[in-house]
Design a protein around this ligand. Structure first.
Ligand SMILES: Cc1ncc(COP(=O)(O)O)c(C=O)c1O
Length: 397
């Protein structure tokens, strides 16, 4: 046999753009310098240094999740792995789950639950409207469920589940576990795990936290943990009891993603330093300026203001215009990337973490307006850009 030769040497610099693309889509998002620095380190995953890092990550996560629960775990994996960890540890054959389905990510909970053999019932949202308590209560009265899942911010279409707290209360009243995906919303808008009686909440690095992809966080309530202690899930890596060995007892489970954990440490530290209150204010200010700017330019937003998610804003595509043409032009001309969608006639702009800084906001607003204009949409750039003039000091203190 002919030996397999090494391929031609090609440094990353020949693949990457000369200046980094500005990531203004639905994630990953730009990361702060301190997070990037931390991500460049490798330390031992066991031992005193790592123990101290883990203790701090848990302590800071409690603040960000707004919980006193000690059942906080990190995992090597994307947001979907954290969703799978919730499902595989709490559901299985003989368990029934209600999936509040507003789109791609809400529905993913259902796919995961089917795979572990749970009985899955989808409650479909109407016309991209957030679920109401009445809708959910009507279903909970009809059937007994072991758990209910929902997404705080459905990024696939840009809707916010504005009645999350009351829905969770209605479920808990009936002994139904509440599992929430706060992947894009945590640290960008209020989320109160304990006050709202949430049993499981997960997030991942590359969205609201402004860290790197590949490391996620999950928190369980006491009620959820009692169930977990009785179960042996089919997934070994995602077994919460095994993961807890590392996250609470400093014992080996698998080799932890140390660089990503150091990065998330820094991301959490910066959030604590900024405080949630100020961070929510910054996100709101930036996202509202973006939304007003887009509308004043002449673009139409996909979701009405009252139900609109601020962390990922969906723009309705004008008829006869292809999203891929606009996105390609934006990337090639302005080196700014925003997201397409999962079959819907929209494009999406992220407003998470470092995306809500003055320069990033200005660049994405300008690039979006100019790119739609290029393809014939009537756009008033002056009106659109006038929105953001006064924001510099408030977004980059
Ligand atoms: C709301 C929401 N949940 C879950 C996910 C899945 O995250 P990941 O792609 O890291 O698996 C995403 C990703 O975009 C998301 O937006």
């Amino acid at each position: 046999m002919t030996p397999i030769e090494p391929p031609k040497n090609m440094p990353l610099s020949e693949i990457l753009p000369a200046t980094p693309t500005l990531l203004m889509g639905a994630g990953p998002v730009p990361i702060p310098y301190q997070v990037a620095q931390a991500n460049g380190l490798v330390i031992s995953h066991l031992g005193e240094t790592m123990n101290r890092v883990i203790a701090r990550v848990k302590e800071m996560s409690k603040y960000v999740f707004q919980t006193t629960s000690d059942h906080i775990l990190g995992l090597a994996g994307p947001g979907s792995a954290a969703m799978e960890m919730a499902i595989t540890n709490l559901l299985g054959p003989g368990k029934k789950v209600l999936i509040l389905n507003l789109g791609t990510f809400s529905a993913r909970f259902g796919e995961l639950a089917k795979r572990v053999g749970a009985e899955v019932i989808f409650l479909k949202g109407e016309d991209f409207k957030p679920f109401t308590v009445e809708q959910v209560e009507a279903e909970l009265e009809k059937n007994h469920y072991d758990a209910l899942t929902l997404v705080q911010g459905e990024t696939s279409c840009g809707v916010k589940n504005i009645h999350l707290g009351p829905i969770a209360a209605a479920a808990k009243k009936r002994n139904v576990l509440v599992i929430v995906d706060a992947v894009c919303t945590l640290s960008t808008m209020p989320f109160k795990m304990d006050e709202w009686n949430i049993d499981v909440v997960m997030t991942c690095g590359q969205k609201g936290l402004s860290s790197i992809p590949g490391v996620s966080l999950i928190a369980f309530s006491e009620d959820a943990w009692k169930i977990i202690e009785q179960r042996n899930p089919p997934h070994w890596c995602l077994d919460a009891k095994l993961a807890n060995r590392f996250w609470s007892k400093h014992e080996y489970h698998y080799t932890a993603p140390v660089s990503g954990i150091l990065a998330i440490h820094e991301a959490l530290r910066l959030i604590c330093l900024e405080t949630l209150e100020k961070r929510f204010e910054r996100h709101l200010l930036s996202s509202h300026a973006l939304q007003t700017g887009l509308e004043r330019m002449g673009l139409q937003l996909f979701i009405p203001k009252e139900d609109r998610l601020n962390s990922v804003v969906a723009i309705q595509m004008p008829r006869d215009l292809k999203a891929s043409d606009v996105l390609k032009h934006m990337l090639q001309t302005f080196n700014v990337e925003i997201s397409g969608a999962f079959g819907l006639p929209i494009v999406r702009i992220g407003q998470m973490g470092e995306q809500c800084r003055f320069q990033n906001l200005s660049k994405v607003l300008y690039a979006t307006g100019m790119s739609f204009k290029k393809f014939g949409t009537p756009i008033d750039m002056n009106q659109g850009m006038a929105q953001i003039d006064s924001l510099q000091n408030r977004l980059d203190p």
